[in-house]
Ligand binder design. Structure first.
Ligand code: GDP
Ligand code: IMO
Ligand code: MG
Length: 427
């Protein structure tokens, strides 16, 4: 490393709840401070929404740094990529004036989602019946399964013995599909997928671990954008109702190829309340009018599947757990404006299980009956979307933030008060 360069680090921004916290919006807001934006896990199960200049974009596999000047964007080795969906996403961006071919690099080690992975996703969900996970249906689980069982097909294989690897994988997958009596039409899916493979060849395939480490050594600043959220992490989430990757900060090390000593700030992002899409435990879920009102005011419908998101109060037990697992250094609170009209707002401070209170996130979250213990806050009853600086915060809102900071021991550095890029207050 040249003497005059300080050791640059990778700042990581990741979700602390069940996904959809608003990661895309904030990555876009923070991008001007960085030279490089990367994705390190997940795939097109993600839907990251950005709004600016009256336009709205939803990104699936492409990092949210692509709208802010000529930044380098990297899809890391931990990501799983569907060529057909990638092509559709990148072509739509190119049509709106954002050509990425020169500034988006893709790791050779990233795994390909095959059409049969999507079929397997559907077949496994059907076989689970009422116990289904409620996946996004994008083939995420089966693709990561093949990665771990050492039979996956990777981006770098496109330029090598691709045909044989594809055929071998499909033969294996078809055996499973047949054993599950799953009806499918692979021929209908393949043309788009192979067109996607051809399209991918326009991009530069890299050894992203070398690229990222070299960029750091050259004094470049890097932001890593998480997908999903900590409560969907394969190890620490509400298993088995989780996704199939490590969504946590450690995932940035394995998904980019950087040492833990190269991690800088860890931005933990959360909504002022909670949502979850798909099945699985959700201790603070609201089944009444309050939950419905949050859903409507927050437009809580999935960016990928359009499914209605389940809504509930902020869960500090889960939030503190997420902060611990990730080593969060700065908090970012989103969608504060959605709570503008409530007389009373609640935060869950503990779980009551078998009449015992606990603040530890339980192993058997999936099967125990949890009664949330709430602390009530007076609502701020004013329009936060009009606010441009911290000095204008209503007292009740400032109290809400202070309580979260005191409980978690981590400062809330950014507060978001609307979907647009500009509706962001840095403290
Ligand atoms: P991500 O997956 O974490 O990037 O989040 P999504 O894009 O799936 O979901 C977040 C949704 O909330 C998107 O529709 C955003 O436009 C919207 N959003 C983000 N921040 C705010 C905010 O502060 N207030 C409101 N009302 N909406 C927001
Ligand atoms: P972003 O990045 C919210 C959920 C699915 C399902 C579970 C497993 O936009 O925050 P999968 O298709 O990954 O096998 O589904 O995880 N899920 C998400 N929920 N936001 C996401 O991504 C999600 N990605 C997956 O609904 O419950
Ligand atoms: Mg999303």
């Amino acid at each position: 490393m040249p003497q005059n360069l300080k050791q640059m680090k990778v700042d990581v921004l990741l979700g602390l709840q069940w996904g959809d916290e608003g990661k895309g919006k904030v990555v876009d807001v923070l991008t001007p401070k960085y030279d490089v934006v990367t994705r390190f896990q997940g795939g097109p199960n993600a839907g990251h929404t950005l709004e600016f200049n009256g336009e709205k974009y939803v990104l699936r596999s492409i990092p949210s740094g692509i709208f802010q000047g000529d930044k380098v964007n990297i899809i890391g080795n931990g990501v799983v990529l569907d060529p057909a969906l990638f092509k559709a996403e990148a072509e739509a961006l190119a049509q709106s004036g954002h050509d990425l071919t020169k500034r988006l690099y893709i790791s050779k080690k990233a795994h390909l989602i095959l059409p049969t992975h999507r079929l397997l996703d559907a077949a496994y969900e059907a076989a689970k019946g009422k116990n289904k996970v409620g996946t996004t249906g994008k083939g995420i689980g089966p693709t990561y399964t093949d990665k771990v069982s050492r039979t996956g097909v990777r981006i770098g294989d496109i330029l090598l013995n691709f045909k044989e690897k594809y055929a071998a994988a499909v033969a294996r997958h078809e055996q499973i599909l047949k054993s599950l009596n799953f009806e499918y039409d692979l021929k209908a899916l393949e043309p788009d997928w192979f067109a996607g493979i051809e399209y991918l060849k326009k991009f530069t395939f890299v050894d992203s671990e070398h690229v990222v480490n070299k960029l750091l050594a050259d004094g470049k600043s890097v932001l890593a954008e998480g997908a999903q959220g900590t409560m969907l992490d394969i190890d620490f989430g509400s298993y088995p109702f989780v996704t199939s990757s490590n969504t946590i900060c450690a995932g940035a090390c394995t998904g980019l190829g950087i040492g833990p000593n190269k991690i800088g700030e860890v931005y933990g992002i959360f909504k002022a309340y909670c949502t979850r899409v798909g099945a699985g435990p959700f201790p603070t879920e609201l089944f009444d009018n309050v939950g419905e009102t949050i859903c409507q005011l927050g437009h809580e419908y999935g960016a990928v599947t359009g499914r209605k998101r389940r809504c509930g109060w902020l869960d500090l037990v889960a939030l503190k757990y997420s902060i611990m697992i990730n080593g969060v250094t700065k908090l970012i609170m989103m969608k504060s404006d959605v709570l503008d009209d409530f007389d009373t707002i609640k935060i869950c401070t503990a779980y009551k299980i078998d009449s015992q209170e606990t603040t530890d996130f339980p192993f058997d979250i999936d099967s125990v009956k949890i009664e949330p213990v709430y602390k009530e806050f007076k609502g701020w009853k004013s329009d936060l979307t009009k606010i441009t600086s911290e000095s204008q915060f209503p007292k009740e809102f400032a109290d809400y933030i202070k309580f979260i900071e005191n409980e978690t021991g981590v400062p809330v550095k950014i507060v978001s008060v609307g979907p647009d890029r500009t509706a962001t207050i840095e403290r």
